[in-house]
Structure formats: structure tokens, C-alpha cells
Write a protein that binds this ligand. Structure first.
Ligand code: MG
Length: 118
């Protein structure tokens, strides 16, 4: 069992991902924008992060960079939409371990999490 921080401004998506993760034995913490993601990461130190890119306050790329600055070992997987290839590339360069393109199947989320945790 791992502690996973799920970051997305869309509540239905956080709920969907949380359901997938908790039904597979993981603990989930949620944040709805980049600022809250960085603060929550620092206070809870999750084992991995699933991070949306387009969000208010602070986007996922900036939050990824802030989290990796606070913890260079942070394991972050980006949640992306089609057409965000350039942002995905910069995220990978900034230390993101993987990316999941929306819409996604539950297995894709579990595989990504299992891989970054191993
Ligand atoms: Mg979004």
C-alpha cells in the first residue's frame, strides 16, 4: 500500500482516480490546484503524485518543478490531454517519471503507479 497524492482541478477526475487507487489498497490524498499540491506534498510526503497539467492558481508543470525542488526524489506522473506534447516533454525533462493521457483506463493508472513505486 502506498500514499498517493492526486492533483486535478476536476473533482470528478479526482474521484475516479481515487476510486481506482483505494480499491487497490492505496491511500489517497487530493489537491485541486498546483499551490495546494505543493503544500500538501510538503506536509504529507506521499510515495507518488498523479498531476494534472492545466489547473488554476499554479499549473502542473510549475507544481512539478516546485515539488522536485523540495524533494529531488519525488515520483510524479503527469495527467495530460491530447495536444499537450510540448508540455509533456518539458515535464519529462523536469523529472516527471511518466504521463497518462486522458481519457484513460483504470489499468493505465495502476500500471504507472506500480512502475514508479518499484
Ligand atoms: Mg485540469
Amino acid at each position: 500500500m502506498a500514499k498517493i497524492l492526486v492533483v486535478d482541478d476536476a473533482e470528478f477526475l479526482r474521484l475516479r482516480i481515487s476510486k481506482i487507487l483505494t480499491s487497490n489498497g492505496h491511500e489517497v490524498i487530493e489537491a485541486n490546484n498546483g499551490v495546494n499540491a505543493v503544500n500538501t506534498y510538503k506536509s504529507t510526503r506521499p510515495d507518488a503524485v498523479l498531476m494534472d497539467i492545466t489547473m488554476p492558481e499554479m499549473d502542473g508543470l510549475a507544481a512539478l518543478k516546485a515539488i522536485r525542488a523540495a524533494d529531488p526524489k519525488a515520483r510524479v506522473v503527469m495527467l495530460t490531454a491530447l495536444g499537450q506534447e510540448s508540455v509533456v516533454l518539458e515535464a519529462i525533462k523536469s523529472g516527471a517519471r511518466d504521463f497518462i493521457v486522458k481519457p484513460f483506463q483504470p489499468d493505465r493508472v495502476l500500471n504507472a503507479i506500480n512502475r514508479v513505486l518499484s
